[in-house]
Ligand binder design. Structure first.
Ligand SMILES: NC(=O)c1ccc[n+]([C@@H]2O[C@H](COP(=O)([O-])OP(=O)(O)OC[C@H]3O[C@@H](n4cnc5c(N)ncnc54)[C@H](OP(=O)(O)O)[C@@H]3O)[C@@H](O)[C@H]2O)c1
Length: 218
């Protein structure tokens, strides 16, 4: 399987690239900073330089040629302000979905966040509110498309090692944490299970093995 990962130098993306390469899949990491090429290649993936806040849908579609799936793993990140929540967390996801449609790549796994799908909580700061608004808009855009999408909403992310044990279900799942390594494993499993298309799933640490949890979603 050839899997193109938007935000290919992100923490989850690099873990996912290692998992995919390790099982014989072809991972492609889309990055905006050429200095990140070596890290992506070290993870076993092909690196493609493409700034998702500047590229056209046609240019991205050309980069998706021959892909079997797209994973949206980009994000403006913790140090960013309101404008980049919109241009990356919403805009880059919309761009990737548009490009996937043009390129005929049907499978699309989007990393969203728990909290999306509802208005920002009262009293939330502007940046957090912009983040939740952007993630919700990105989800809504993806649901409107003729793609085999799965929306994954992890809880608070940690850098702990993988546990292989999760709680994955349609909302609502109670607030909780999950390691990025477990999120990467869930995405790899979702890519193997097209039956999870058209599902919005929330994810925290739990007791159920990853593959069994993903297979139980239909
Ligand atoms: N933090 C949490 O607790 C939490 C919880 C739930 C969900 N999430 C979501 O989970 C996702 C992945 O998390 P993570 O920790 O793996 O993220 P991360 O390490 O911050 O990675 C995000 C990646 O997106 C890239 N990016 C930003 N702008 C770009 C652009 N214009 N073009 C191409 N790439 C661009 C960044 O590249 P640069 O290095 O060049 O900036 C970075 O490599 C994010 O969408 C995040 O919102 C986070």
């Amino acid at each position: 399987m050839r899997v193109v990962i938007a935000g290919g130098h992100g923490k989850i993306a690099l873990l996912l690239e290692r998992l995919l390469a390790g099982r014989g899949d072809q991972a492609v990491g889309m990055i905006r900073n050429p200095a990140h090429v070596a890290d992506v290649e070290k993870a076993g993936a092909e690196a493609v330089v493409c700034d998702l806040e500047a590229a056209s849908a046609g240019a991205v579609a050309a980069l998706l040629s021959g892909a079997d799936a797209v994973v949206f793993a980009a994000g403006a990140g913790p140090g960013s302000g309101v404008p980049r929540k919109d241009s990356v967390d919403r805009g880059a996801s919309v761009l990737m979905a548009d490009a996937a449609e043009r390129a005929g790549v049907r499978r699309f796994v989007q990393i969203s966040t728990m909290g999306a799908g509802q208005p920002p909580r009262p009293g939330a700061d502007d940046v957090w509110a912009a983040y939740i608004t952007a993630k919700t808009a990105a989800e809504d855009d993806l649901r409107s498309r003729d793609l085999d999408w799965t929306i994954l909403r992890p809880g608070h992310l940690t850098d702990d090692p993988a546990t292989g044990r999760i709680r994955l279900a349609p909302p609502p799942v109670p607030a909780g944490s999950i390691s990025r390594a477990d999120v990467a494993a869930v995405i790899a499993a979702l890519l193997d299970e097209p039956g999870t298309r058209h599902q919005t799933l929330e994810l925290i640490g739990g007791d159920s093995p990853v593959v069994a949890s993903v297979r139980s979603i239909r």
